[in-house]
Design a protein around this ligand. Structure first.
Ligand SMILES: Nc1nc2c(c(=O)[nH]1)N[C@H]1C(S)=C(S)[C@@H](COP(=O)(O)OP(=O)(O)OC[C@H]3O[C@@H](n4cnc5c(=O)[nH]c(N)nc54)[C@H](O)[C@@H]3O)O[C@H]1N2
Ligand SMILES: Nc1nc2c(c(=O)[nH]1)N[C@H]1C(S)=C(S)[C@@H](COP(=O)(O)OP(=O)(O)OC[C@H]3O[C@@H](n4cnc5c(=O)[nH]c(N)nc54)[C@H](O)[C@@H]3O)O[C@H]1N2
Ligand SMILES: [Mo]
Length: 699
């Protein structure tokens, strides 16, 4: 950061940083300072005046805003019980996640939503069920083979992308599995283009070849895994020829990949493309079994188990710590815990709720009323599927408060809005698993206007609740953010040196399985999962045909194409930065990628405005056609997060150009995570008349 007279004038990369090694994201360099000094930032707490969503606000002091939130939450609680309160946040990877959950617990509610069912939840649960502990630990720098599955690192992760290019330059093989020809596919030695949602068959076929050709790591399998014979039997059902048929990939590519990958050391680089769909956990299980049987666990060039400094706690640990727990019988009533116990509730991954179950409870009062919501750091009116339903749910609440940087389609529906500090204005501690360091975010400037940090105002709310006779101390024992951060950091790292450097390395060992163990019933990596078996779920990775293939003939005819959503754009972070002129100049329109052959057969041309629809939901999303070979024939691909800050509220375009308008959140759901499909869906694309165009041509 370059500062002049207390103002950030420049943000640049840091080649000395052991995590980034000088790689940077344009959003960090450009969008973050622009957001911080933006005229569009929420300057002060605000109270709605007039109808919900009418866009009329009055600025009020913090004291008044927080007192009103406390009053209103307690009112709803008195009338409908503690469980009628729900929190919403993006995840528990940042302090705000823990804050939202702890606030709800203070009030006696186990219910809080996060968007990980739409993000990395299937990967995390597969990893956890098998006892691997490798999420985020790809050792790309030392690898001989990077197997990139459903990941587009050039757009989504510049640090990883630079590492992959370095590895390639040093002679590592790059293998990509992606229906789209991404920049990673362009530099790949082998690129396989499966039909969306079929990857599990590929994973099982790779295992098949590796076992058949005796290329697996016998010692590792014998010492540290359980269920190899069962996995072998399952993989035997997936010879390359069958997988080729199921996925559309060439037999030779499967065999060549298996041999290169088994040679290793190999690193499995996974992404969102095989996550967040109704067979996401089993898909990840297949690839995680591949990692395990080849011994690529916790060895250089493979997938490293997450290490941490002595005593270090992350935000999720707090949520699982008995000191911060709700009584068992209350925790068990988390919405969705009965159906998805490994996801929601006390035994669940992050203890959060199942979002679609919460939305239904809001709208129907079943299994009990949910009447008030506290939202911080998530824009659910854009980023959850079924935007109409989400907005109807938000509109129906008795009380909604939203903390954010800017007004969004979510905060437009609030009763109280709180202004949030940006990353330039607040302190944060985080673990960087792939670099084995803890990172420090230094608050380089004072908060603009009235902005405050999540820790600060949530703790303030907790103290106000305490003065009303509610014991929140148990959940909020820290007096300051610094005290909280020191609590997280543990005893190995010297706080002072850590703050000065901006990061701290720590001692760690590789391959210390004896000492570290595997957190499964058997204490080994479970290729065959006892945990899943006990829940009546297939204990082995299984193939489930994707939605377009299981649809009935009528649906197939009406929805002849396959839709992928979520392709990341360098300029935007989900729904963020949509008001920034530079970003809109680079990426002015919500695009739908269409292959030239599909364009020809469907009568579509470059620049056409179209409506995209999927079965089981009324909404239509308007997108602009981009004819490109980046996507395959029959598969159309789009991004996510589109809305227009300048459009009329409260929707601001979120019912028009946001792909989630055209997606259902009602299932089918992954049996473990409850994830709904956001890709691999049957869809239809129709031209729309000029009168319905959602935006002017010159943005
Ligand atoms: N610039 C930018 N960077 C971001 C974000 C952002 O919004 N903007 N968001 C961040 C977040 S939270 C996330 S979760 C990550 C997501 O980033 P990634 O993990 O890279 O995920 P996506 O871009 O959704 O998809 C990756 C690839 O999966 C492919 N894919 C789609 N369906 C399938 C399939 O069935 N099989 C296979 N094998 N591949 C498939 C897509 O074509 C795409 O190329 O990005 C992070 N980085
Ligand atoms: N169809 C479809 N839907 C998807 C996806 C997809 O691929 N396809 N991707 C999914 C994925 S992977 C993800 S991660 C989600 C992302 O979903 P969201 O997390 O909702 O996405 P963002 O746009 O990043 O919204 C974050 C909001 O929080 C505010 N904010 C940022 N930092 C803070 C903070 O520190 N405190 C507070 N209080 N507010 C803050 C921002 O101003 C912004 O309004 O979307 C999911 N939705
Ligand atoms: Mo995500």
């Amino acid at each position: 950061m370059t500062l002049k007279e207390g103002r950030v004038t420049n943000v640049g990369p840091n080649p000395d940083h052991p995590g980034s090694k000088g790689a940077f994201c344009v959003k960090g360099i450009r969008a973050l300072p622009e957001l911080t000094y933006s005229e569009n930032r929420i300057k002060s707490p605000m109270r709605r005046v007039g109808e919900r969503g009418s866009g009329n606000w009055e600025e009020i002091p913090w004291d008044e805003a927080l007192d009103e939130i406390v009053d209103r939450l307690l009112e709803v609680r008195a009338k409908h019980g503690p469980e009628s309160l729900v929190g919403a946040v993006s995840s528990a990877f940042f302090s705000r996640g823990a804050m939202v959950s702890l606030l709800m617990r203070s009030l006696g509610s186990p219910n809080w939503m996060m968007n990980q069912d739409l993000c990395g939840g299937c990967r995390a649960l597969s990893d956890r069920i098998m006892g691997l502990g490798i999420v985020g630990g790809e050792d790309v720098d030392d690898t001989k083979c990077a197997l990139i599955v459903g990941r587009n690192p050039s757009a989504a992760d510049p640090v990883q992308w630079m590492a992959l290019k370095r590895a390639k330059a040093k002679g590592a093989k790059i293998i990509v599995i992606d229906p789209a020809r991404t920049p990673a596919a362009e530099i790949a030695d082998i690129w396989m283009r499966p039909r969306p949602g079929t990857d599990v068959a590929l994973g099982l076929a790779l295992i098949h070849v590796i076992i058949e050709e005796n290329l697996y790591d016998h010692d590792f399998v014998d010492a540290w895994t359980r269920g190899f014979d069962e996995l072998k039997a399952r993989a035997a059902e997936f010879p390359p020829a069958r997988a080729a048929e199921l996925t559309g990939v060439a037999v030779e590519d499967i065999i060549a990949t298996a041999r290169i990958y088994a040679d290793g050391p190999s690193s499995f680089v996974s992404g969102h493309g095989i996550d967040a769909f109704s067979n996401g956990v089993q898909t990840f299980r297949a690839f995680h079994c591949l990692v395990a049987i080849t011994g690529n666990v916790d060895r250089p060039g493979g997938n490293i188990r997450v290490k941490r400094p002595r005593g270090f706690r992350n935000y999720i640990d707090i949520l699982h710590d008995p000191n911060f727990a709700l009584p068992q019988e209350v925790a068990e009533r988390t919405l969705g815990a009965d159906q998805f116990p490994l996801w929601a509730g006390p035994k669940g991954w992050q203890t959060s709720a199942h979002n679609p179950t919460v939305l239904d409870a809001i709208l129907t009062g079943n299994p009990h009323p949910v009447r008030a919501m506290y939202v911080s750091g998530v824009n659910i009116a854009v980023t959850y599927p079924d935007t109409q339903k989400v907005m109807a749910a938000l509109k129906s609440l008795d009380f909604l408060s939203v903390a954010s940087h800017m007004m969004t389609p979510t905060s437009e529906l609030a009763d109280i809005v709180l202004p949030k500090t940006t990353g330039l204005e607040e302190e944060e501690v985080s673990l960087e698993p792939s670099a084995h360091i803890v990172c420090y975010t230094n608050p380089v400037i004072e908060p603009q206007n009235e902005a405050r940090s999540d820790f600060d105002f949530t703790t303030d709310l907790a103290r106000r609740l305490e003065s009303r006779g509610i014991n929140t101390r148990k959940y909020f024992p820290w007096e300051s953010k610094q005290e909280f951060n020191e609590y997280l950091l543990g005893d190995e790292i010297d706080w002072k040196a850590f703050k000065e450097n901006g990061w701290a390395p720590f001692e760690f060992k590789l391959g210390n399985f004896e000492e570290a163990g595997f957190k499964t019933p058997s204490g080994k990596i479970e290729l065959w999962s006892e945990t899943l078996n006990d829940l009546g779920i297939d204990p082995l990775p299984n193939y489930v045909p994707p939605r377009p293939e299981t649809a009935d003939a009528q649906t197939r005819e009406a929805y002849p194409l396959v839709l992928i959503t979520g392709a990341r754009e360098k300029t935007y972070h989900h729904s963020r930065y949509r008001d920034q002129a530079w970003a809109r100049k680079v990426s002015p329109f919500p695009l739908l990628q269409v292959h030239p052959d599909t364009a020809a057969t469907s009568g579509l041309s470059e620049g056409d405005w179209v409506a995209v629809e999927t079965p089981g939901i009324d909404g239509r999303c308007k997108l602009k056609v981009s004819v490109t070979e980046e996507t395959g024939p029959g598969t159309v691909r789009t991004g996510m997060g589109w809305w227009l800050p300048e459009a009329p509220g409260p929707e601001r375009g979120a019912l028009d150009i946001n792909i989630n308008v055209a997606l259902s959140y009602d299932g089918p759901w992954d049996p473990v995570t409850g994830s709904a499909d956001t890709r691999g869906l049957p869809c239809r694309v129709t031209l729309i008349p000029e009168a319905e165009f959602p935006m002017r041509e010159t943005a």
